[in-house]
Design a protein around this ligand. Structure first.
Ligand code: DHB
Length: 497
């Protein structure tokens, strides 16, 4: 009791209302248990209270991947403000470190852990690794409270040989993390009604799912199973870098873009030797490409002016024109920022304005990275096949096409409900769901880990349902994230303040 009183006294400045939640409740944060970290960014030195390794669920199955780090600027414990934010108003930045649908540790203030996402065995370009700032530190220096949850992933296996991180486990964990922050909002500085999630690639997909599926009951049994706090998991905004999402349609989208490019480079940087598609892969590419228009048209998407965005059976039409326009917007931004793009023969530039794009030339310039089917591999060799495994089956298909054409005997198709739960497109604006209003979606104009259409479709579906999306294809960016934190934080400040 004395302990509780002491904690309440020490947190009086932020208003300690324990209500019917008790300090013996394992989901209540021990606010007195922190380490001071002295950080610096851009010449500014500052202190934060670091709460690290918090287990954010009651029935954890893993003490690393179910742990969370929370960092709070020291000023917020002294009644001060940073960048106009106070202990009551500071948003909570919620980055995840999921990459390749692998298990992820929570982000921290030390650089080595905050690695860019890895796609299984494809390392990022070392130059990019060096240039990367620690997102947590930059966010703290900007006045945000930063919380990051670990999450289970596709390779987690317990001592009984059972997998415990297959879909939708990683998403469930990130939702449970949100619930933990809300459950402790009365004790923790920062506003848990202003949680902004952030992620890249598979982590971008997770961030999109957090944004699309808030409080949807489909996920409840899984949240119960791990003993997540019984409160809302709806967030405030979703920042998604190159989300590798909409997996059950991504193979078609990839071939709509890359059909005809029969050479591929599956490595990055120094490992980028070229190989040729096999005859069978070329056939598969044509099959998948021909399926994309039907899917795209079924979405009934419209542009900002209400014009419908469609494709004919050859994959031509207003949706393709929309995509070209997005690349032109990106090119013109780059030109206006002083870049010379005249070396790209597939771009027509007049009076310092990119006015036309030769789509095939552009796609050739991007180069194909993946073999068809890009995600649901016929030999079950992809990261996504593993993501869709079960407790006892390591790898499964998740599309009818790949199941039918599988090269693996007795291969299985994942449960339709799990496939549904991992695709944000199924939840946007649906009943019983708190899809967030604010979105920021980025996909580099040279990012070929998934088709450009995937983030575009997500954007359009959101906009068509009345949500605000700040969407851009940053010029020539390869598969990466967090490369424009100043702009990201400007966007966050704009929606929060
Ligand atoms: C990631 C990249 C991929 O190409 C993919 O298929 C899945 C995940 C990633 O970087 O997280």
């Amino acid at each position: 009791k004395i302990f509780v009183i002491l904690i309440c006294v020490s947190t009086l400045a932020m208003g300690c209302k324990t209500g019917n939640k008790t300090q013996t409740d394992s989901l209540r944060i021990d606010i007195a248990n922190y380490k001071i970290e002295e950080l610096s960014y851009n010449g500014k030195e500052f202190k934060v209270r670091a709460y690290q390794g918090i287990i954010y669920v009651k029935k954890t199955v893993d003490s690393i991947f179910h742990s969370m780090n929370i960092y709070i600027p020291e000023e917020y414990f002294n009644g001060k403000s940073i960048n106009g934010y106070t202990a009551e108003t500071a948003p909570i930045f919620y980055p995840n470190q999921v990459g390749g649908y692998m298990p992820a540790e929570p982000a921290s203030t030390t650089g080595t852990k905050f690695m860019p996402p890895l796609n299984g065995n494809i390392p990022m370009n070392p130059q990019e690794l060096k240039e990367r700032e620690n997102t947590v530190i930059v966010a703290l220096s900007h006045g945000y409270v930063v919380a990051s949850a670990g999450a289970r992933g596709r390779t987690n296996k317990n001592t009984d040989g059972k997998y415990f991180g297959k879909a939708p486990a990683g998403l469930i964990d990130l939702k449970a993390g949100v619930r933990y922050l809300k459950y402790n909002d009365d004790i923790l500085p920062g506003d848990a009604n202003k949680i902004i999630s952030n992620g890249t690639s598979a982590g971008g997909a997770m961030s999109a799912l957090l944004g699309a599926t808030g409080d949807n009951p489909d996920y409840l049994p899984y949240l119960k199973e791990i003993g997540a706090a019984e409160t809302s998991d709806a967030i405030f905004a979703s920042s998604d870098y190159c989300p590798i999402t909409n997996l059950d349609n991504a193979d078609k989208a990839y071939e709509w873009q890359y059909n005809g490019i029969n050479e591929y480079k599956s490595g990055r940087g120094a490992n980028s030797g070229a190989s040729k598609l096999s005859e069978n892969q070329i056939r598969v590419s044509a099959d998948l490409k021909s399926q994309f228009p039907k899917y795209l048209n079924s979405l009934k998407l419209t542009d900002e002016q209400g014009n419908s965005l469609k494709l004919d059976e050859n994959g031509e039409g207003s949706f393709k024109e929309f995509m070209k326009k997005q690349v032109l917007i990106s090119a013109n931004k780059a030109i206006n920022e002083g870049n010379d793009l005249s070396m790209h023969s597939w771009l027509s530039i007049r009076n310092h304005q990119a006015i036309q794009i030769d789509w095939n030339g552009y796609v050739k310039y991007m180069e194909r990275q993946k073999t068809p089917p890009a995600f649901d591999a016929l030999d079950l060799s992809s990261a996504e096949n593993m993501e869709f495994g079960t407790e006892t089956i390591d790898k499964q298909h998740f599309t009818e096409y790949s199941k039918e054409h599988s090269l693996v005997e007795n291969s299985k198709l994942a449960d339709a409900k799990v496939i549904k739960m991992l695709n944000p497109m199924n939840y946007i604006g649906t009943s019983n769901t708190k899809t967030v209003q604010y979105w920021r979606i980025r996909h580099g104009s040279k990012d070929k880990d998934t088709a450009l259409a995937i983030s575009a479709i997500l954007t359009l579906k959101l906009r068509n349902n009345g949500f605000d999306v700040d969407y851009l294809l940053p010029w020539d960016k390869p598969h990466s994230g967090d490369y424009d934190l100043a702009e990201l934080f400007e966007w966050i400040d704009g929606i929060v303040k």
